[in-house]
Design a protein around this ligand. Structure first.
Ligand SMILES: Nc1ncnc2c1ncn2[C@@H]1O[C@H](COP(=O)(O)OP(=O)(O)O)[C@@H](O)[C@H]1O
Ligand SMILES: CC(=O)N[C@@H](CCC(=O)OP(=O)(O)O)C(=O)O
Length: 300
């Protein structure tokens, strides 16, 4: 009986041992995980995401969650009779739309993730970039066809104060951040793309890794004509590719570039629709999805 039990438990022990090199490399390190709204497919997946994050925390890492909620915002705007429009991958955000964005991100999506994480103990604390000056922004006007375009209350991050997040991490908590920023004069709030916010936070926190969970397998080489995923590229290679990218991939890959250039060791875009995609990263040397590395790490 005991021998049988030992026999069936052995593969499980081996699996834990296989994770050891990754866990050793990341012990005590900060990992910023961006959970995209498109990757929040169903309840099971969201619960599995929470388990993975709690696992990392108990394995000695310091996970910081930055969440999106694009589709959830679009649905809520629709209910308010506001049509969603995107320019340069960013939501055109009127004053009225901003109220809805804030309500959905901070009041719904963030609360839900905090709840799922806290099923495992008193770990997660939610905040938005407005809290403790975490994210300060000015109005962002993207350049489209050589002209600056007004897209309303969309913010470009100018300052980051990591104090509140660092304090939570030091206390063993898991910060869950909504991508809303305050203006310098504190008169209004801005809608910040969640990929951009996650990347900026990863750089400011000196994170080891940025993981971006989305609804595709990674960066496709020739999207939408082929589903060949680029598995690894350097910051310079990515920089050359940026002008060719479209829609949601623009802020995502710009964010990865910003993070890696800002000192983050690796930035990864992975398929959040796959259950336990974060843990799968731990058990595969080259990882899944697309990995962006600093130029010094070259091609391999
Ligand atoms: N080269 C590309 N490779 C993969 N996806 C791309 C590419 N170019 C554009 N996309 C689009 O970007 C989307 C992901 O961005 P987005 O919709 O903002 O997701 P999220 O909610 O996770 O931030 C994909 O679903 C795909 O439609
Ligand atoms: C300025 C801007 O576009 N903000 C985004 C914020 C949410 C987000 O980025 O969510 P995903 O990561 O799920 O796309 C928006 O309003 O949709």
């Amino acid at each position: 009986m005991t021998a049988t039990r030992k026999h069936t438990a052995l593969p499980k022990a081996q699996i834990l041992v296989e994770a050891l090199p990754w866990l050793t490399r990341h012990h005590g390190k900060t990992v910023v995980i961006k959970f995209g709204g498109n990757a929040m497919v169903d309840e099971e997946l969201k619960a599995a995401f929470a388990q993975d994050v709690v696992f990392l925390r108990h394995a000695g890492l310091k996970p910081v969650v930055v969440h999106g909620g694009g589709p959830q915002i679009s649905r809520a705007l629709d209910r308010h009779g506001i049509v969603s429009e995107f320019k340069a991958g960013l939501r055109v955000t009127t004053e009225d739309a901003m109220d809805v964005v804030r309500m959905v991100l901070a009041g719904q999506v963030q609360r839900e993730l905090v709840g799922l994480l806290n099923r495992h103990g008193p770990l997660a604390v939610g905040l938005t970039g407005e809290d403790a000056h975490t994210l300060t922004a000015t109005k962002h006007q993207p350049e489209i066809d050589g002209e600056l375009v007004d897209i309303g209350r969309v913010g470009q991050i100018t300052d980051i104060d990591t104090g509140a997040i660092q304090a939570l991490l030091a206390d063993g908590r898991i910060p869950v951040v909504s991508s809303i920023a305050r203006s310098q004069d504190d008169h209004h709030v801005y809608n910040v793309n969640a990929d951009t916010a996650a990347a900026a936070l990863a750089a400011a926190l000196g994170a080891e890794t940025l993981m971006v969970l989305t609804d595709v397998e990674g960066l496709y080489e020739d999207w939408p004509n082929s589903d060949e995923v680029i598995s690894r590229l350097t910051a310079s290679q990515l920089e050359k590719l940026l002008p060719e990218l479209s829609s949601g991939m623009v802020p995502k890959m710009e964010g990865c570039l910003h993070a890696v250039r800002g000192g983050v060791n690796t930035a990864r875009v992975i398929d959040g629709r796959v259950q336990h995609s974060i843990l799968l990263e731990i058990f595969t040397d080259e990882g899944i999805g697309t990995m962006v590395v600093p130029d010094e790490q070259g091609e391999s």
